[in-house]
Design a protein around this ligand. Structure first.
Ligand SMILES: [Zn+2]
Length: 68
């Protein structure tokens, strides 16, 4: 299901995690060559992706939200 990015935080391993409007979190790693998301490595890049959509597999599976 397509969900909108509303914010970000970092996990305990310093990987970036996108916060989606459905209440789920999703890792947005940049680890080439498998996952190429250079935008996640800069503040301007992350800012530019706010409001865009990611495919939320947690919604597809009907999982509860990641945040209170
Ligand atoms: Zn979701």
């Amino acid at each position: 299901m397509r969900r909108t990015i509303t914010g970000y935080h970092r996990d305990e391993e310093s990987h970036w995690v996108a916060e989606l409007d459905c209440g789920h979190n999703q890792h947005v790693r940049h680890s080439p060559p498998w996952v190429v998301r250079p935008w996640v490595t800069t503040p301007a890049g992350r800012q530019s992706m706010l409001g865009t959509e990611l495919d939320c597999r947690k919604c597809d599976r009907g999982e509860g939200t990641d945040r209170g």
